[in-house]
Ligand binder design. Structure first.
Ligand SMILES: [Zn+2]
Length: 136
């Protein structure tokens, strides 16, 4: 009788890339240190991502405020993009009739393929915030 040795495909540690030579086949790390380091790295990346998003939200808010301070309530996308506005980062979104309404904290605006318009700063923010939370 011939015995064939079944080759075990050894998984690699998600942190250091070393082959995991023992343990369950679904084991993801070679040791506890790698597991902890991997977790810490993930948390660090998550914090960095949140920091970047918050920073961009703040930047978008300042740009929209600048538009309002000039007395305008609209701006061409090409102009505001050139100033550093990033459209995908918002604090709220709703469908208002046929329009998409976006929010950046207490500033609301609508957007077409070429411009941002109907930019308004919401008054009595705390009252509106409670109203929005109550309606959910
Ligand atoms: Zn490892």
């Amino acid at each position: 009788m011939r015995y064939e040795r079944k080759l075990r495909v050894m998984p690699k540690c998600l942190h250091c890339g070393e082959k995991i030579r023992y343990g369950r086949t679904d084991k993801r790390f070679c040791c506890e240190d790698c597991r902890v380091e991997h977790h810490n790295e993930q948390m660090k990346q998550s914090r960095a991502f949140r920091r970047r998003v918050l920073s961009q939200l703040s930047s978008n808010y300042n740009l929209l405020s600048t538009v309002l301070q000039t007395g305008a309530d609209s701006i061409l996308l090409t102009d505001i993009f050139a100033m550093g506005f990033v459209p995908g980062i918002v604090t709220s979104y709703s469908r208002a009739g046929k329009h998409d309404e976006f929010g950046c904290f207490d500033i609301k605006y609508r957007m077409t393929a070429t411009k941002i318009y109907s930019i308004i700063k919401i008054q009595n923010v705390s009252l509106n915030l409670h109203a929005e939370l109550d309606s959910e």
